[in-house]
Ligand binder design. Structure first.
Ligand code: ADP
Ligand code: MG
Length: 698
């Protein structure tokens, strides 16, 4: 059997394969394009395409596809085979540079938010050579960006690459000021920790809510949930272990650095974390990971749920976006250095993040906003909808000392003077890990914890990279003009801490009193739901910043806002309709049927002997009948709320109507149904219960 190092990346056209299969000259040109962004000429493209095809065919591939990330949140592919007829009646395998570089999928069925007129259905995909091509299902997949014919981005990769480029430009300006003339690029790095649930396929198939919406819309609390904390880091069950083993092997072949796996807090919940890599690759890899998690599950008779809140009453699933900035020479800019000068540089980059998170709290909140993630944020299992930063005791003390010109009570008691003192290394404080913080510094990286498990990490990183690029731009503008760099630097750091310290918070983020303090005293945003936050995407300051760094055009921002609200409305609508249908066709017949059975049994007893007691039957019949009426009423009222959505004048109004009426009625209906579940004969209940689902995988 092959060992992991032997098969790792075997399905990836990575640097090793390029070196081995391209001429020196072609390899060098391609490398320049990958590392330096230089344009690729068609001769090189042809040579690369030919080598890719030969390699792919040798690995069993028959097709190729431009693989892209439209605004649906999942990836898209359209396969073309390599075959071309040869004169003798056979075929040869062909793939040209043109086909590698550019594709023209019919874009008319992807969301564009009004960017693309219906008569102009064409969109085009353009090869992104910074993410390696790979083979999946006998198809050579070429990572691409997806744009409209007019050049507007219709995907998540294009703005991500633009945001990474913006940060690169501004960070290099800062590094030059510190005398660093060797670094050629600064890239952000991400390691996304992915949570998910596994349930059996057999039970999944019996629940229309899971099949249509990815979450349970009904379900009474089981006697045992996560209160014993016995699942977290618990021994992995054999069936799950077999799943994880196959998942790892599949991911490794695709060059994905799957590293850590463990059971999570809720029963049936697990986590997978890869080793971090550049944000662009991490994004592609995370999309692939989510897809493969689901595929491998089906081979094991399981279903992998990536929804943020598949079960009420136990923890939902998130995704922690571990983020840092690094030079091409391997220096992590969020790591305190060995010399005073490096420390000052570290503090400046730290300030850039602090200011970015404060100035663009709203954009960070927006970047994780979906109907499904609204169930988690602020629900005491995930960070609140209020964004704040946790730095840990030591770093907080350092910043306070700088701000107030006070001695720093670290190793020695002395005043900190940037450019002179060496800061201590901020090793991750294991005793004081604040898990309730949405944005925590963990030694040499920040961990943004508001992402939902199904979110593409592109969105969060687009906003994060852009916002940090903006702080760095301001700093570079100021420092480049300074007469005395060190004095100006010290003043800038001090001022930034003073102006942005309201975003720093070390306490319990789940606490109600924090939400009050954050909003009332500190003036931080608290956008609880998607309709609350999404319109702020178009606030003047946000449009100004994102267009200035060329991450989005104004038209693109309008279209994205529209699409995100549309996605919100569509997903809740589907849930509401599924609920109404399940209530009418599954739950009401079960409740009423069981009441009828009990009534019949009471009648039979009475017929036998009119003195026989029937209190149990009659009381239960009474309760069930009352509940059935109540369920029928709530169903009707939910249906009416869905219908009245037609009256909403625009998508924003519809989103608010969903928040204020549809979601409220869904809760009412669920409450009545869940109560009915607790008194209905299990044999009559038309679907697997929470107990079955959460403890069903042996
Ligand atoms: P946790 O205790 O939260 O699981 P880990 O140290 O295991 O933290 O790291 C979690 C994730 O952070 C992993 O994906 C890891 O690769 C990633 N990570 C570590 N260092 C960095 C870094 N400098 N930049 C970005 N991500 C990083
Ligand atoms: Mg973590």
């Amino acid at each position: 059997m092959e060992t992991v190092p032997e098969y790792f990346g075997s399905l990836v056209f990575d640097d090793r394969v390029m070196k081995a299969n391209l001429s020196d000259e072609t390899y060098r040109s391609l490398r320049n394009t990958i590392d330096g962004g230089t344009a690729l000429d068609i001769g090189v493209a042809n040579a690369v395409a030919d080598a890719m095809k030969t390699w792919a065919v040798a690995h069993g591939a028959t097709h190729f596809t431009h693989w892209f990330q439209p605004l649906t949140g999942i990836t898209a592919e359209k396969h073309d085979s390599f075959i071309a007829p040869s004169p003798d009646g056979g075929v040869i395998m062909e793939f040209s540079g043109k086909e590698l570089i550019r594709g023209e999928p019919d874009a008319s069925s992807f969301p564009s938010g009004g960017l693309r007129a219906t008569f102009e259905a064409r969109g085009y995909t353009a090869w992104d050579p910074t993410s390696y091509a790979f083979i999946k299902d006998k198809t050579l997949c070429i990572p691409t960006a997806f744009c409209s014919y007019g050049g507007e981005a219709l995907d998540k990769k294009t703005p991500l690459l633009r945001a990474m480029a913006a940060l690169d430009r501004q960070a290099l300006r800062i590094l030059r000021l510190f005398g660093n003339n060797t670094a050629k690029t600064v890239r952000t790095m991400v390691g996304p920790e992915q949570e998910y649930f596994l349930i059996t396929k057999e039970m999944y198939d019996q629940r229309p809510d899971l099949r249509f919406t990815g979450r349970t819309l009904f379900g009474a609390k089981p006697p045992k949930g996560q209160e014993m904390d016995d699942h977290y880091f618990g021994a992995i069950k054999p069936r799950v272990a077999a799943y994880m083993a196959e998942l790892n092997e599949t991911l490794w072949k695709l060059g994905i650095l799957a590293k850590t796996e463990h059971n999570e807090v809720a029963p049936a919940q697990h986590e997978l974390a890869p080793i971090y890599t550049t944000t662009n690759m991490a994004t592609d890899h995370n999309q692939l990971t989510m897809e493969i998690m689901q595929k491998v599950a089906s081979k094991h008779g399981l279903v992998c749920l990536l929804h943020e809140k598949p079960f009420a009453g136990v923890n939902g699933s998130g995704k922690h976006n571990n983020w840092s900035m690094a030079t091409d020479t391997g220096v992590n800019l969020l790591s305190p250095g060995e010399t005073p000068y490096e420390n000052a540089q570290f503090l400046l980059f730290l300030c850039a993040v602090i200011q970015a998170v404060d100035d663009y709290q709203d954009l960070l909140r927006i970047s994780v906003a979906t109907a499904s993630n609204d169930h988690r944020l602020g629900a005491n299992e995930a960070p609140p909808a209020v964004v704040s930063i946790f730095l840990g005791d030591e770093l907080s003390a350092v910043l306070e000392a700088i701000e107030q010109d006070k001695p720093y009570h670290g190793a020695e008691k002395k005043k900190l003077k940037l450019g002179v003192d060496v800061l201590p290394r901020f090793t991750r404080d294991t005793t004081d890990r604040n898990r309730t913080s949405p944005f925590a510094f963990t030694g040499n990286k920040f961990e943004f914890r508001m992402l939902g498990s199904s979110n593409s990490i592109a969105c969060a990183n687009i906003m994060l990279d852009s916002a940090v690029a903006e702080s760095l731009r301001q700093y570079a503008d100021e420092l480049e003009q300074a007469a005395d760099f060190e004095t100006a630097l010290h003043a800038l750091i001090k001022r930034t801490i003073r102006e942005h310290k309201r975003i720093l918070f070390g306490g319990n983020g789940y606490d109600e009193s924090w939400i009050r303090e954050a909003t009332e005293q500190r003036g931080l945003c608290n956008y609880r739901t998607t309709p609350d936050c999404m319109p702020h995407l178009l606030d003047e300051k946000n449009v100004k910043m994102l267009t200035a760094h060329k991450v989005f055009s104004e038209a693109e921002l309008h279209s994205r806002c529209e699409i995100m609200l549309e996605n919100y409305c569509k997903s809740v609508r589907i849930e509401a309709e599924t609920m109404a249908q399940m209530a009418r066709t599954m739950i009401l017949p079960a409740v009423s049927g069981y009441a009828g059975e009990l009534a019949a049994s009471a009648a039979a007893k009475r017929a036998l002997d009119s003195a026989l007691p029937c209190a149990y039957e009659l009381e239960t019949v009474q309760k069930l009948s009352t509940l059935a009426d109540c369920i029928a009423q709530h169903t009707a009222s939910l249906e009416a709320a869905i219908l009245s959505l037609h009256d909403a004048p625009d998508i924003t109004a519809e989103a608010f109507a969903i928040r204020d009426s549809v979601l409220v009625r869904m809760c009412e209906l669920r409450l009545a149904c869940d109560e009915a579940e607790t008194i209905t004969d299990k044999r009559h209940w038309p679907m697997p219960t929470y107990g079955d689902l959460l403890f069903g995988v042996k």
